[in-house]
Design a protein around this ligand. Structure first.
Ligand SMILES: *Cc1c(COP(=O)(O)O)cnc(C)c1O
Length: 820
């Protein structure tokens, strides 16, 4: 519809408490159908979100309109995971409505903090990679980058973890049970996604007269759900677009009428399964056909949406790289490279070379891991059966690559087979990392060390061929969620001390550094930390009956359970400490609480065993009167974003103890330091850059470097020899292995500990003494309060650079070519 007269605009919405209160009651009555007296807490929550939502929508429409009018370039962030957590506090706080909303609700006799707890966690991710995508979405809105996040609207996101008798039990998380007031269904944004079938005119370079060569045998519809993402101060609102799958034929009536009631729902069930579950494996590939289907499903829907929008606004598909930057969050959406080629060639009639000239400058790829078990490859027969047209295109891209490599003569035969998109060393497999690398103009790592290791290991030969392509973008976290919202007490103290500049420029936290020498400020900093530890203690008492003393040192390791993250090293050290306290009760031990939290992939046997071990060790230590008041150990169930928001501010000591060279970056390390925890860690991932920023005297570094780990592994490392040389280590390991902590099943940990004696891939034995020594140095520091809080203040002051705003500005400038 075209009109010449300007359309009426809704009046800007008021934000005074009285107006908010009246609106909340209005929504409760007319949207939810309850009066205030009958309303349950969930109804209040729904009404409140409804009221906030309206204020978000105004800005959402404005931002979209603005980008459209100036014909601006957009960023498309493709990620199979978005670990966004709760949204209400984020939206209220970023819109600056916290105080108004709190008083509006209290005038109605409702407490904001109580209903806030009822909002489910949107746990559409496993861990760091998914949380990074969520921090990036918030920062893109904050620094005014027009962006869409694209992913899957999983009905069941990350599983809920319960601990039964010390073992992890996985239960489905039903985050959509009460509906999702944040999302908008967009039926008009629907696309067909095909699987299987045949390609009519197969030809080596993928060209052919028939414009639609692929005839899929199965098809589903992808439909969009949009969630607005509000930036700091509400300046811009971007869109997180998540796809769900709906069948083309919800019910096969012929089959139904013939009495086959189950078969009649075949299509429907098949479509359902696509957006049903998030694969719960972190840094490990699932390797199942459904996973590849999910990857293609969301990549295809997103690419169709991006191309449609571009053609609608700008007319010519060839200008796509000028108006769209597509970032691949790991290899999960790497098939998008082939999908864009298909759309350009088969739907828009470009030749292979023309399509390549559009595709390659449009994509950027972020690598997140060097672990071989996490590098995605798919068997050629599976890939070919599911995506026959894409298989052809992968071959065509590969042919182009290998011809160029041979022509340049820089690489020998071994190097050429290493860069190939097809791994021919055994069963033939498609290498998704190589496809993403070749199909992108930028390939980035997520911390300085990780980026250097990428050049030397996984991408050594591709890097020789394309020496300008790899670049580093050290990760960051959003200071809104990870400081302002989770720690309003510390935020208030900082504002009082250095003013408000850090709210808009996190690096202004540096102004705090001189206050590390101010005894009165240290006391206030300590009081805030103490109140956050008391809050965590209350939560853990209510949730798990745990009694903690907030004056003890809170030593916290929270992250996915993985052998390379070395929770086992931490537990073994706790056992050694326990032994020493019992042997030398006369020494000046510092009271310590060791907390663990994190989920294990359901199929990861050793990770689940490590959870059981933490619980077994906790039971013995916590029941031993000899260490009462000095050492307590607990495993906190169901670590997720909301629990992180309570635990990060309560930590005195942050455990970042991965085997050097194996943690790409880490972001938990940044959140904890920002909230005033001291890091004990290896020279791995972003720990190295944290050390550079806070100063080596304000971080407890121990252990082998990445280079030393590689050197030891190459030159026949002998863990037995190391264990024989360390009495503490030997005793702790044999206590665990012989069943001191598992009297009901003495062999439970024999194999797990046997692995340390036999090969110790993760260098637990090699790093033990150094770690143990660093822990005792922590005790000494802790005993000296002035020194301790001086260091923690310097941590908060030093880590402002790790804001995801800084990271996003670097992506915008170096990779996307969108300057806000
Ligand atoms: C930050 C975060 C992570 C990542 O933690 P690492 O220590 O970097 O592995 C994982 N899960 C949640 C819920 C987080 O908030």
């Amino acid at each position: 519809m075209k009109t010449t007269a300007p359309l009426p605009k809704p009046a800007p919405r008021a934000t005074e408490p009285a107006v908010l209160a009246a609106e909340i009651v209005e929504r409760l009555t007319y949207r939810i159908g309850k009066n205030a007296a009958a309303a349950k807490p969930h109804d209040w929550l729904a009404a409140v979100i409804n009221v906030i939502r309206d204020r978000v929508i105004d800005r959402w429409i404005e931002a979209t309109q603005k980008t459209y009018e100036v014909g601006g370039k957009r960023v498309y962030y493709l990620s199979l995971e978005f670990l966004i957590g709760r949204l209400m506090r984020d939206a209220v706080s970023n819109l600056g409505l916290m105080d108004s909303m709190r008083s509006a609700l209290s005038s109605l006799g409702v407490e904001l903090d109580l209903i806030r707890e009822l909002e489910p966690d949107a746990a559409l991710g496993n861990g760091g990679l998914g949380r990074l995508a969520a921090c990036f979405m918030e920062s893109m809105a904050t620094v005014d980058v027009p962006a869409y996040g694209y992913g899957i609207r999983y009905v069941n996101g990350m599983f809920r973890q319960e601990i039964h008798d010390g073992w992890q039990v996985e239960l489905p998380e039903t985050w959509l049970a009460h509906g999702n007031p944040w999302e908008f269904e967009r039926r008009e944004a629907s696309y067909e996604v095909g699987f299987g079938g045949t390609v009519e005119l197969p030809s080596a370079d993928g060209s052919g007269d028939d414009a639609r060569a692929w005839k899929p045998s199965e098809r589903v519809i992808a439909t969009a759900y949009d969630t607005p993402v509000v930036g700091w101060r509400g300046e811009r609102v971007n869109t997180l677009r998540l796809w769900t799958a709906v069948p083309i034929d919800p019910i096969l009536l012929d089959a139904f009428n013939a009495g086959d009631h189950i078969g009649a729902l075949r299509e429907s069930n098949k479509a359902d399964s696509l957006a049903r579950v998030l694969y719960p494996a972190d840094s490990h590939i699932a390797g199942q056909e459904l996973r590849l289907r999910q990857e293609y499903f969301f990549s295809s829907a997103s690419l169709q949406d991006i191309v449609r929008r571009h053609v609608q606004y700008f007319g010519d598909v060839r200008t796509l790289p000028e108006k769209a930057a597509i970032q691949l969050n790991d290899t999960h959406p790497a098939v998008a490279v082939a999908e864009l080629m298909r759309l350009l060639m088969d739907e828009h009639d470009l030749t292979f070379d023309e399509a390549w000239a559009v595709t390659q400058p449009t994509f950027g790829y972020t690598n997140h891991t060097l672990l071989p078990e996490a590098l995605e490859t798919w068997p050629v027969p599976l890939f070919e059966r599911l995506l026959p047209r894409h298989m052809q295109l992968v071959y065509a891209i590969n042919a182009k690559l290998l011809i160029q490599a041979r022509r340049e003569k820089k690489l020998d035969d071994a190097a050429i087979s290493a860069i190939s998109l097809i791994d021919e060393s055994g069963e033939r497999r498609v290498r998704m990392a190589n496809l993403a690398f070749v199909g992108s103009h930028s390939v980035n790592g997520v911390a300085a060390l990780h980026t250097e290791l990428m050049k030397e290991t996984v991408f050594r030969d591709l890097h020789r061929m394309f020496p300008d392509r790899i670049n580093n973008k050290t990760n960051g976290v959003t200071p809104r969620r990870w400081l302002q919202q989770c720690n309003p007490e510390l935020t208030a103290l900082i504002r009082e001390a250095i003013g408000d500049r850090f709210l808009d420029d996190t690096e202004a936290l540096a102004d705090l550094a001189p206050l590390a020498d101010d005894a009165a400020f240290r006391e206030k900093f300590k009081a805030v930390k103490r109140s956050k530890k008391a809050a965590l203690s209350t939560l853990l008492r209510e949730r798990m009956g745990l009694r903690l003393d907030p004056s003890a040192l809170f030593d916290i390791q929270i992250k996915r359970i993985h052998e390379y993250k070395r929770q086992l090293l931490n537990i073994v050290e706790a056992v050694a400490l326990y032994d020493q306290i019992r042997s030398h009760p006369e020494r000046d031990w510092q009271p310590r609480v060791k907390l663990f939290g994190g989920k294990a992939a359901p199929s990861y046997h050793n990770a689940k065993l490590i959870i059981k071990l933490a619980n077994d060790v906790a039971r013995v230590i916590n029941h031993d009167p000899a260490v009462q008041g000095l050492l307590k150990v607990a495993f906190v169930p169901n670590y997720n974003v909301s629990l992180a928001e309570v635990m990060m501010p309560a930590a005195d000591l942050s455990e970042q103890i991965s085997t050097a060279g194996m943690e790409a970056s880490g972001t938990g390390n940044m959140k904890l330091a920002l909230n005033g925890a001291l890091t004990i860690g290896t020279l791995d991932g972003a720990n190295i850059e944290i050390k550079d920023r806070v100063g080596p005297e304000n971080i407890m570094i121990f252990g082998l470097t990445a280079e030393e780990v590689a050197e030891r592994r190459a030159n026949g490392y002998n863990p037995r020899e190391v264990i024989e040389g360390s009495r503490e280590l030997g005793q702790a390991l044999s206590a665990i292995a012989t069943g001191v902590f598992s009297p009901d099943d003495r062999d439970r940990y024999a194999e797990l500990i046997g692995g340390i004696y036999d090969h110790d891939w993760f260098m637990v034995a090699a790093d033990f003494d150094s770690y143990h020594g660093a822990q005792r140095a922590v005790d000494t520091l802790w005993a000296d309060e002035a020194t301790w809080y001086g260091k923690t203040i310097r941590n908060t002051a030093g880590v402002g650079w790790f804001s995801s705003d800084r990271t996003i500005r670097e992506y915008a400038r170096d990779i996307w070519g969108v300057l806000p």
